[in-house]
Structures are given as structure tokens and as C-alpha cells.
Design a protein around this ligand. Sequence first.
Ligand code: FE2
Length: 411
Amino acid sequence: MDILVKGGVLADGSRADVAIAGGIITAVEPRITAQAGEVIDATGKLISAPFVDAHFHMDATLSYGRPRVNASGTLLEGIALWGELKQQQTREDIVARALDYCRQAVGQGVLAIRSHVDVTDPNFRTVEALLEVRQRVRDVLDLQLVAFPQDGWYRAPGAEAQVIRALDAGVDVVGGIPHFERTMAAGATSVRAACELAAARGLRVDLHCDESDDPHSRHIETLAAETIRLGLQGRVAGSHLTSMHSMDNYYVAKLLPLIAEAQVAAIPNPLINITLQGRMDSYPKRRGLTRVPELRAAGVTVAFGQDCVRDPWYPLGSGDMLEVAHMGLHVALMTAPDQMRAAYQMVTDTPAQIMGLDFGLEVGKRASLIVLDAPDPIEALRLRPARLAVISNGRVVARTEPARCAISAGF
Ligand code: FE2
């Protein structure tokens, strides 16, 4: 045995030792006495599957303030700023920032990220840079790339050809942005084109879908219908879905079962949705986050994503998926104990499932897990504590000492 994690607590409250050999979990039992090359004392601490971020933009991360900050705080100004930045940045610049972010994320226990990569950069630097990054981090971090036509599948000249070029180069997933096309009809056509391309190539689909406060932005309906028509069930995700926040309840009552029937996953991004949406409202201001509890109740798979860290759309973010889940459960009013436990799953097991990863604390699975300085998932959400140990594919790749505060208040 290479590593023995001793005395930990699983998410269900049961005590467990975890044995690791050859990069695989070989035992999960209440007490393991065999010798190990390395013993990690996890007494009373939560042993968890790693954090997984199913929605990120690694080509833009850590670029905040370049060429200037987003003054309006809107999605559209962010897209315009990114349009300027992507003309200026070099491949080396993108690689350096992405690797910096990957190190920060791994330190927080994030061992898989699905990153959209803008393919509408005509010189293709973003794609080449992130393919290099995927290769360089692969032993530690699963980086899944989405061919994302940021400026529109049809609206940007040549974007469709660039999506195909990116897939040919090894990008994993078909992306899109139907609400940014010139018309609703063009948006619907782009959804169809993306799904047909994925079906022809046996790929997954993840569209930026209805990231809008417009209740009439209904591309998720087309995405679900195309998923069923093309037999893509279980391979398709709709990211954001913020327009659903503002839709008529009667229409949503029809829409939710359709999404469930199509097995289309939903990936809202709470930190970003709560800051980009509602910008044109006076009061009351809409929250923008999609209908998370209602989607879950309808049987839809829902994961929370990070989306942005210090980029043209968001000045904050830390790569900590507990911060993401913390915001998500607040905005979605998911404060019942079972809902908070679900929020924890929405940044661990559920995004792993959406991405098709074999993570999980079970014998025979990859030995990728984390030990947190908290006894259970709810305390982890409350405290967002140190990731005491991060193990990826059977190797300890990060450790964090818990911060200690000496109080001398005198009462
Ligand atoms: Fe995004």
C-alpha cells in the first residue's frame, strides 16, 4: 500500500480509512491495519471526492484589469473587453496564467475543470495554449476543453469553421452561445448545428445557454428537443440558464419535464449569475440564478460552476468550489440540511458525472480525494476550511496547514 488515510469521516458520517496503491483506491473500511508507505492522519476530518468545476474560462483567467476593468459590470462589456484582450495576448501569456490558476485550483482540492476556450480568436492562440496546458497538467488535473465560439457561431465570421478546427485539434466538447446570435432564429439554428456536430463526432455538448434576463430567451427548449432528436441524452449540458429565473411559471412547468426527459444537465454559475444578471433592473433586482431546487426536483442533474476568476467578467474568485457552493445555496435559498448536502455534491460528485469522470470514494476508482479541516460537508460549506491533503491519482499533490488564531480578548 502506498498511502493510508486514517481515521477520516465520509460525507455520510461513517468513519473510514482509505487505502491507496498503484494510483487506485484499494480499500475503504472503518479500520485498516496494514502497513503503508505514507500515513495521513485524518482523525475526525472529512474525506471527500475532489472538487470538480464543470464551467470555467481558463483562457481569460487572471487577466483582470487588462486592458481595463469592466465599468458597467455587464456580460456584454465583458465580452467586448475580452475581444480587445484576445488580440493582444500571446500564447505564452495564456499558458502562464492558466498554469498559475491550475496550481491555485489544485491547492483548493479541484482536480477536474471543464474550461470553455474561445475559438473565435482567428490566430487560434487560445486553443493552442490550452491544449498545451491540458497536456502539462494531465497527471494531476483533468482539463476538459470546450470549443466555445464566444462571438457567436454565426455572428462571428468563420466561427463554425473554427469550432471544427478546434475539435480536429483535440478539443473535447462542442460549445455555443445561442443567446448572443443576432436573432432568436439564428440562436436556435446554432443549437441545432452544435448538436448535429456532436452527434456526428460522438462528443458531448455544453452551451452557454440563455445567459440573459430576457424571459423569452428559450434556447434551452431547443437544446433539449435536439438532444432527444439526435439521441444525445446524458451527453449535453446547458450552462447558466439564467433566463429561466425570469420566465413565466406556466411555461417553466412544461420546460422542466422536457429538460429532464432529454437528460440535459444544468450548470449554473452562482458567483457570476448574481453579479452579471439584473444589471438593468431598478428595484426589486432579480437574482438571475436559474431555478436550482425546481430543476433538481424535476430530476435534472445540476452542478455549480465557477465560470470566472479575475477576468473581464468578474474581479473576484479564488478557485475554491466551496465559495461557489456557498453562494449558490444562499441565492437559491437551499439552507435545509439536505439541500446544503446537495450543494456540496453539486461541486464534487455531480460535475464529475457530467464530465464523465471516474471519481468517487469507492474501491477500484482512481485515488483522487481530499481531506478537509472540517467534520462534514455542511461545516465545510460554513467554514470553507483548509484542504489538509489533496491526493491526485495516488499522489499527494498539495497540503495546507490550517490557519490558527490566538485569541486574547480577555473575556
Ligand atoms: Fe461561461
